[in-house]
Design a protein around this ligand. Structure first.
Ligand SMILES: NC(=O)c1ccc[n+]([C@@H]2O[C@H](COP(=O)([O-])OP(=O)(O)OC[C@H]3O[C@@H](n4cnc5c(N)ncnc54)[C@H](O)[C@@H]3O)[C@@H](O)[C@H]2O)c1
Length: 260
């Protein structure tokens, strides 16, 4: 698919990957790029075509309002990018069960339910029109896990499961889904990760490079968009020998903890 001429919505648009997606979609000739974020002022700066929203994606009413107002003002949404996400680092790197319930609930709402809420609001419209696209920013951590971030890795795996369900159920109805799964990207989120993050081991991309990969992946109409190509090799290694892969990840964890 090409974004040219389409109305595109991006959540988590105020900075980082979301902001780069907005800029890139505008350069691709999107009819409008609607930006939504907790940071309303940042969203207003990112928007192209005049429409932006202060929006908490963990709140279903906010997402419904975002979809309804966008379509009322600008017409049919062609691509909805659920990009907002949050990272919780395990309080105790030697205890995967150390994150409190509040961390699980917050991340479940933002990293998973926001994608479900977007689909609830949009699916009836996409189904009536017989077409529509979702691009969900997930993470390589949703495919390959990541030491020291049990909540993040688990909710990102759930986000992959949800995107698969959406794609499987609605392919026959003209609805298409893609997941954007980078490793380390130079954003506030990566900078906030304390200690050494395994996400940086294969090199850190700029948000602009990730946006380039997103556009290329959408054009190729591929479900799995991997800005770091190494991730595909690691997935194959995981599938080929799960136990060996787990031993390798444990080794990586030991290395991270000892290097602080
Ligand atoms: N940075 C990385 O290394 C990396 C790697 C893989 C995946 N990702 C994913 O990319 C996406 C974007 O992350 P980023 O690195 O650009 O992070 P970021 O922290 O720079 O930006 C995230 C944006 O989302 C907004 N946001 C957070 N919670 C929100 C909510 N409840 N409602 C609305 N907006 C909200 C923030 O205000 C912020 O503008 C996330 O889903 C993240 O998990 C990031």
């Amino acid at each position: 698919m090409r974004v040219e001429g389409r109305v595109v919505v991006v959540t988590g648009a105020a900075q980082g990957i979301g902001r780069a997606l907005c800029d890139r979609f505008a350069r691709e000739g999107a009819r409008a790029v609607v930006a939504a974020d907790l940071d309303a002022a940042g969203a207003a700066e990112a928007a192209v075509g005049g429409l932006s929203f202060g929006c908490d994606v963990a709140n279903e009413g906010d997402l419904r309002h975002l979809v309804e107002e966008t379509e009322r003002t600008l017409g049919p949404i062609g691509l909805f990018c659920s990009n907002a996400g949050i990272l919780e680092v395990d309080p105790d790197p030697n205890n995967a069960a150390s994150p409190p319930d509040a961390a699980w609930m917050r991340s479940w709402a933002v990293n998973v339910m926001a994608h479900v809420y977007a689909a609830r609001a949009l699916l009836p419209r996409y189904l009536a029109r017989g077409e529509g696209w979702f691009l969900n920013t997930v993470s390589a951590a949703g495919l390959l896990n990541q030491p020291g971030t049990a909540v993040y890795a688990t909710t990102k795996h759930a986000a992959i499961g949800w995107a698969e369900s959406l794609a499987i159920t609605h392919r026959d109805h003209g609805v298409r889904v893609a997941v954007l799964c980078p490793q380390g990207v130079q954003t506030a989120m990566l900078r906030s990760a304390t200690g050494r993050s395994p996400a940086v081991l294969d090199g850190v991309l700029t948000p602009e490079q990730v946006a380039d990969a997103a556009v290329a992946g959408l054009e190729a109409e591929t479900f799995l968009i991997l800005p770091h190509p190494q991730v595909r090799t690691y997935m194959a290694q995981k599938a080929a020998d799960y136990d060996r892969w787990l031993r390798g990840m444990s080794k990586l964890r030991r290395m991270m903890v000892s290097e602080g």
